[in-house]
Write a protein that binds this ligand. Structure first.
Ligand SMILES: Nc1nc(=O)c2c([nH]1)NC[C@@H]1CN(c3ccc(C(=O)N[C@@H](CCC(=O)O)C(=O)O)cc3)C=[N+]21
Length: 295
């Protein structure tokens, strides 16, 4: 069997077009355009690429955007002050502080990332990283859905892959992907995207004792560990759906968390890297920015 490639880039474009149409209608009704304010601290090259992609995507969707470039030497107080200004600025619908913030080793001043994210007005928290928004998601009444897990839900749905009654194994327990992904796949009421997810979920991680065995029980395997090609072909059940969230830079190449060549021989469907989950993350960010503007 050779797996179907799930074209994240194409589905992301479809979603971006839908958002663009809704933005157009919103503006035509006399409202100011939605606006995303991004804050980039330091000079991390991967972050520069991501922020540029995001700006271009905003522009194409008719969403205004601003980018604050702050030096790595920025202090926590300075950053909190900037966020305070963006919180108060009524023209700003959504705020994104690009992670990771520079570590002390990379010229940073030891900013407490959590304190910075906590300072973002929850109504402008288009990443859905703030404690209030995480709590609302846990309770099944989300304000914003976190962009990467929401992108994955959309990708599955729009590819005609049902999660209902399936066993989903999420590998990776991060606050940004693994934890919310597990919650969203288990939800019963359609609050987390397009349909009821109703999956039975196992949240595994790098310390799971029998990881290969657990992965082999997955109908849907979601790899979000951040270790290049850690998921091998023999960890995948014949016919499983494999979603690769990893974006690892190995030399000049972008490599996922899944050994693609091995995996596509066993899986029924698989996302590539690049061109898989990444573009959907940006599409859902635009979706959230419009939502923020409207609420
Ligand atoms: N506050 C915050 N929110 C984020 O959502 C956030 C963040 N910080 N920090 C970094 C990570 C990473 N991330 C990506 C999104 C899209 C691609 C993407 O579109 N990737 C392309 C390839 C791009 C390339 O060539 O480098 C693809 O997979 O096809 C990648 C990475 C969002 N993040």
């Amino acid at each position: 069997m050779t797996a179907t490639r799930l074209d994240g880039k194409a589905i992301a474009l479809e979603i971006r077009n839908e958002v663009a149409q809704e933005v157009q209608a919103w503006v035509a009704a006399g409202n100011p355009p939605p606006k995303l304010a991004a804050v980039l601290v330091g000079e991390d090259p991967a972050s520069q690429v991501y922020v540029r992609n995001k700006e271009r995507a905003c522009e194409k969707a008719g969403i205004a955007s601003s980018l604050d470039r702050m030096p790595a030497s920025t202090t926590q107080a300075e950053l909190l002050d900037r966020i305070d200004q963006l919180n108060r600025d009524e023209s700003v619908s959504g705020i994104l502080v690009q992670l990771p913030l520079p570590s002390v080793q990379r010229g940073g001043t030891g900013v407490d990332e959590r304190a910075v994210l906590d300072a973002i007005d929850p109504r402008k928290d288009v990443d859905a990283f703030s404690p209030v928004n995480v709590g609302l998601l846990m309770q099944g009444r989300p304000r914003f859905l976190p962009c990467t897990p929401h992108g994955i839900i959309q990708l599955l749905h729009r590819s005609g892959i049902s999660t209902n009654g399936k066993h989903a194994v999420v590998v990776g327990r991060s606050d940004i992907v693994g934890k919310p992904m597990a919650m969203m796949l288990a939800q019963k009421d359609g609050s987390c995207g397009t349909e009821t997810a109703n999956a039975t979920v196992t949240l595994a991680h790098s310390r799971t004792a029998n990881l290969a065995e657990v992965c082999r029980t997955a109908d849907i395997l979601i790899a979000a560990v951040g270790r290049p090609e850690m998921i091998r072909g023999d960890m995948i059940r014949e016919g499983a759906v494999v979603i690769d969230v990893g974006i690892n830079r190995v030399g000049d190449a972008l490599v996922g968390d899944v050994a693609f060549d091995e995996a596509e021989k066993v899986a029924s469907a698989i996302t590539p890297v690049p061109g898989g989950v990444g573009p959907l993350t940006i599409a859902m960010l635009l979706h959230n920015t419009l939502l923020a503007a409207k609420s």
